[in-house]
Design a protein around this ligand. Structure first.
Ligand code: PLP
Length: 449
């Protein structure tokens, strides 16, 4: 079966050029660093587009599918434009993501709004822009949304987010489908929620159920199990309330490859399993016409993004490790320190050189845990070399901070030999742009000298 981009560590267009430099999107990464500096997030536009096409192709075997890019993985206005061009929808989780989508001209009917604590203002904004669906997370929000909808004199199409009681074997912080989770309704609460929507909440129209069981999923069975659990609920809702739900949303979570040890399934394999289980359960429970919705984030963007760093200081611990420090770390890539995520690296200016030493790549931040990669075999590194960490396109910039008052890096897209900035590099002025010195402090003077 055809391989898909979530299965390859390097971006789609990556290659080593005749100068032994890593090239992406027809651009020499060494030249990119000269032009834009480091740390630098580099996105392969052809890779992102190809990945969207692979998703559409893989799921085209089912007649009614919505593929919604989970923008929390990485969102900018330029990315919204690419996703719009590729005819995918968006999964958004905050007023800020809604604002970015509106501002980039995204068709808001193709946006689904998720989140476990949406504020009244965010819900008002969602209604104002006629967002496609709101996924309601809990009883509090059902009540709140109905009030907001009444005030706006609108009826809102909603899904109910369910915690299906499924445990996928991923890191504690990125699994969400188990019973004891902050997200969604417990299975035992669905009946009460549907009863209330039908009898009390006149401005809410229930379209379906939603579940997101976690991220970095490598097993296919969890989706099969999830569809079975949800389908049983659809049947029960129809039997009791005569509500024929129109769609089922399975969330995101498809795994990607960051290192040689990871072996994710292809999008085609996942799609085949999901579609087969979908059809089987539709037949089993007589569910009629049902739209299938999915919300992949990481599997669309992760492997089209790399981060480039410059190697700086180094330290050999006597009889111990050799540390190489780069000019970024946990604030542009929090995943290793947050959930022990593993990466590999390439020296972009010596891309095909043989590995000669084992080093640990450390970040520049004032935390001992700021280690990007522990014990990796690489060609001999010198200060000034460019270290590329691939498969860093998801959940890195979107979780980046200004910790230690280090400005956040720039992000660029590369395509057919062209490079364009999509997020500007921050400068020191940006760090103080929102600082305020209250007048009484501005006037105070030092009395100790
Ligand atoms: C509701 C929901 N949908 C989709 C996603 C995207 O998941 P992934 O990036 O693993 O595909 C997430 C991730 O947290 C999520 O919470």
């Amino acid at each position: 079966m055809q391989n898909t981009l979530n299965q390859s560590i390097l971006p789609y267009t990556a290659k080593v050029n005749d100068q032994n430099h890593l090239e992406i999107g027809g651009c020499d990464t060494v030249e990119l660093v000269k032009k834009y500096g480091t740390p630098l997030y580099v996105y392969d536009e052809e890779g992102i587009r190809t990945c969207c096409k692979q998703f559409k192709d893989a799921f085209s075997a089912y007649e009614d599918v919505s593929i919604l890019y989970a923008s929390k993985a990485f969102m900018t206005r330029a990315i919204c434009k690419i996703i719009k061009d590729e005819c995918l929808g968006l999964d958004v989780v905050s007023g800020g993501e809604i604002y970015t989508a509106i501002n980039s001209g995204f068709p808001m009917q193709k946006c689904y709004f998720n989140g476990n604590n949406k504020t009244p203002e965010e819900l008002e904004l969602a209604l104002y822009c006629n967002i496609g669906r709101i996924t309601v997370d809990n009883f509090y929000e059902l009540d709140l949304l109905d009030k907001v909808a009444k005030n706006s004199d609108k009826t809102v199409d909603i899904l109910l987010r369910i915690t299906p009681g499924l445990d996928c074997h991923t890191h504690e912080y990125i699994k969400t489908g188990q019973v004891d989770s902050k997200f969604g309704f417990d299975l035992s609460q669905i009946d009460e929620a549907v009863y209330k929507i039908k009898n009390e909440y006149t401005n809410l129209s229930l379209k379906g159920l939603h579940a997101h069981i976690g991220s970095q999923i490598f097993e296919k069975n969890v989706y099969t199990d999830l569809i079975g659990i949800l389908a049983e609920q659809y049947h029960a809702i129809y039997e009791k309330y005569e509500i024929q739900l129109a769609e089922m949303n399975l969330g995101g979570g498809i795994g990607v490859k960051h290192t040689e040890d990871e072996d994710p399934l292809s999008i085609y394999e996942m799609a085949n399993v999901i579609i087969a289980a979908f059809r089987e359960n539709i037949d089993k429970y007589g569910l009629g016409k049902l739209k299938l919705a999915i919300e992949p984030g990481r599997s669309i963007i992760c492997n089209s993004g790399v981060t480039l760093y410059t190697a700086g200081s180094y330290k050999q611990v006597p009889d111990g490790r050799k540390y190489i420090a780069v000019d970024g770390g946990m604030s542009d890539n929090p995943r290793p320190s947050m959930y022990q995520a593993k990466y590999t690296a390439i020296i972009a200016n010596k891309a095909n050189d043989k590995a000669e030493e084992t080093v640990t790549i450390a970040g520049r931040y004032c935390e001992s845990g700021d280690i990007l990669i522990q014990d990796i075999n690489l060609p001999e590194i010198s200060s000034g070399d460019i270290i590329c960490i691939p498969a860093t396109g998801a959940y890195n910039y979107s979780m980046a901070s200004q910790y230690n008052r280090v400005p956040r890096p720039a992000a660029i897209v590369v395509h057919k030999g062209r490079s364009d900035v999509i997020i500007k590099r921050e400068v020191y002025q940006d760090l103080i742009a929102f600082d305020v010195i209250p007048e009484r402090l501005a006037k105070s003077g030092c009395s100790c000298i």
